[in-house]
Unconditional design. Structure first.
Length: 202
């Protein structure tokens, strides 16, 4: 086996061990030692690939975001100007994407210790919406919208019995009405000058 193939296999074993342990115990109760024992690698091998468990979490999230959300980025960038029907199409695709890798997203969205790593998802969502906006949009209002969307997605991933057909229409209507409000209510745009700094995400 080539060296690169061995490295990739080792990384895969470490990442799978990490995901399994976090789903069992929670992020804060998992140590690098635990990950190494579960993956059957030594600590030096772990540190060849990651600086710590937070770096491992960021690496996993970044890879998944680039591979999957990237596929929706072009459509999502114009979602704020789309029709309700088009928004529902995009929402259905997004929900299907999440459901396909529901174990991964469930861990990241529902584990309190990992919640800080989900913040880049909110920033990405801001840029997707604001790229398609016809004029400046209040980040305060967007923070409210995106937090609500993340909450719905968390419920979707945590509730095994809820189906995409049940959630997609309601979530699409919520987004469409929110965009309509943002682009027609002058007050939603005036607050950006005074509140933008305090709502800036890290």
């Amino acid at each position: 086996m080539k060296q690169q193939e061995r490295r990739e296999r080792t990384r895969g074993e470490i990442e799978q061990a990490f995901m399994t342990l976090v789903s069992e115990r929670g992020f804060d109760r998992v140590s690098v030692k635990d990950i190494c024992l579960r993956a059957d690698v030594n600590r030096n091998t772990f540190y060849l690939h990651y600086t710590d468990k937070d770096d491992l979490a960021r690496t996993l999230l970044d890879r998944m975001m680039m591979a999957q959300i990237g596929a929706l980025a072009e459509e999502a960038a114009t979602m704020s100007q789309a029709s309700p029907e088009r928004i529902e199409e995009i929402v259905r695709r997004m929900l299907m994407m999440l459901y396909t890798d529901r174990q991964f997203y469930r861990v990241f969205l529902t584990d309190e210790g990992l919640s800080r790593h989900v913040r880049p998802l909110q920033r990405l969502a801001y840029h997707m919406v604001m790229t398609g906006a016809s004029r400046p949009v209040s980040e305060v209002a967007l923070d409210y919208i995106i937090s609500g969307v993340v909450g719905v997605l968390t419920t979707f991933l945590s509730s095994h019995g809820r189906e995409i057909d049940e959630i997609a229409p309601g979530l699409a209507r919520l987004l469409w009405r929110s965009f309509e409000e943002l682009h027609t209510d002058p007050e939603a745009h005036e607050v950006i000058d005074t509140a933008e700094d305090v709502t800036r995400l890290p």
